[in-house]
Design a protein around this ligand. Structure first.
Ligand code: UD1
Length: 373
């Protein structure tokens, strides 16, 4: 039996862990322990995703909650270590690039447990992003690195990671999208918000570079104020962003905009439904760049760089400076675009990434010393 601890902690982890848990459970070579670090804890940032995506209830929740980077990372490590000691897994599997990813990865390798990183090798080459640090460090200590796009293979080789550790398997987040697309279409979210397909802009923002910097946040709000004069804007707001709007005293102004629907964070199915029918999506999320590429929906990414270049070269994504002028300029271009009819799926984004990953772990275990014990 291959014993594996699977870790998740923050919202974007949940859609990545969902298909992996399903495949592990369908394979009698594996015994899993699902650990939720509690980095995200609000009902609509966490439990809702478990319910909608059919993820089993975590075996353990570390309940770390929010804190500074150092405190959050340290608390996860402190609470995760005894679990690894007691469970004695053959592998620890982490996904994505959040603080939970690096924290649990470090604990695993220090205890001599092999680390598996799903969504390895993505690089923005911007070390002011906390996620970039998490990505580089997690990859450096992983034994098996599963990558979503070809650029990641090159990034990892440049960092001296040997080719036999790197496996290009596709994208588990897209596994989840493809598995839930039809169900999402049945959501009533459009009618409940009185929206018509193709007649609204969908906005998400949470990156520190945009929402912690009052100048950038103010510039973005000014652009949204203009856009909502001509098209409805739906803005499910991340708790970090809500907190910062309050701090700069602009929350009432944004929630008072006539054509802007400021809402709490939504469930996966409602959000997928909203994305599928949006005229334009405006975001600074990593995953949404990938999801809009598969949906063929024009996506404006409010960032100076992306670690997911395939969404630009093959997808519908474009980068936008966080200035009022550039946002409005790019919005006017995107508004004219039709949804791509012949969506070009990036290589291996076919809904089978989790199956490939589990098969490779199985083979790795069998060909390694660990199978002897
Ligand atoms: C984290 C990840 C980021 C990911 C994002 C998705 C890191 C460094 N960042 O950023 O990569 O894209 O999640 O959402 O791991 N809060 C709540 N309720 C919650 C969770 C958070 O109110 O359930 C609030 C708290 O005020 C907290 C703030 O949001 O201080 C930020 O949460 P945190 O987990 O530190 O980072 P995110 O911005 O969510």
């Amino acid at each position: 039996m291959i014993k594996i601890i699977c870790v998740c902690g923050a919202r974007p982890n949940f859609m990545k862990i969902a298909p992996l848990m399903r495949v592990f459970h369908g394979n009698n070579h594996f015994e899993t322990l699902l650990v939720h670090t509690g980095q995200h804890y609000d009902e609509n940032m966490s439990k809702l995703f478990f319910d909608q995506l059919g993820i089993p209830k975590p075996d353990i929740n570390l309940e770390v909650g929010s804190a500074s980077h150092a405190v959050q990372t340290a608390q996860i490590m402190e609470r995760f270590e005894p679990i690894v000691r007691e469970y004695q897994p053959h592998y620890v599997l982490v996904v994505g690039d959040v603080n939970s990813t690096i924290a649990c990865g470090l604990v695993a390798v220090k205890l001599g447990v092999r680390l598996i990183h799903v969504e390895a090798g993505l690089r923005s080459y911007d070390r002011t992003m906390p996620e970039e640090i998490n990505r580089v460090l997690t990859d450096a200590i992983s034994e098996l690195l599963f990558v979503t796009e070809e650029s990641a293979v090159g990034n990892l080789s440049q960092e001296g990671i040997s080719a036999d550790k790197i496996h290009f398997v596709g994208n588990v987040m897209i596994d989840t999208l493809l598995a839930n697309r039809e169900k999402a279409c049945q959501s009533q979210v459009l009618s409940s918000l009185k929206l018509k397909p193709g007649e609204y802009v969908l906005v998400t923002l949470h990156r520190p570079s945009n929402v912690d910097d009052p100048r950038n946040l103010t510039a973005i709000i000014a652009a949204l104020a203009e856009i909502q004069k001509e098209m409805k804007v739906v803005f499910p707001i991340h708790p970090r962003t809500r907190k910062n709007l309050k701090t700069i005293g602009r929350e009432a102004e944004v929630s008072g905009m006539e054509n802007l629907l400021l809402r709490e964070p939504m469930g996966y199915l409602e959000f997928l439904c909203l994305m599928s029918s949006a005229r334009v999506v405006m975001t600074d999320s990593g995953g949404i760049q990938e999801e809009t590429t598969i949906l063929g929906v024009p996506c404006m990414t409010l960032r100076e760089n992306t670690e997911r270049p395939v969404t630009i070269t093959q997808g519908t994504n474009r980068l936008v400076h966080a200035t009022t002028e550039d946002i409005l300029d790019k919005y006017r271009q995107c508004r004219q675009l039709q949804h791509a009819e012949d969506v070009r799926y990036p290589k291996l984004w076919d809904g089978k990434a989790a199956q490939r990953i589990v098969r490779i772990i199985d083979e790795h275990f069998r060909s390694s010393d660990a199978s002897q014990d």
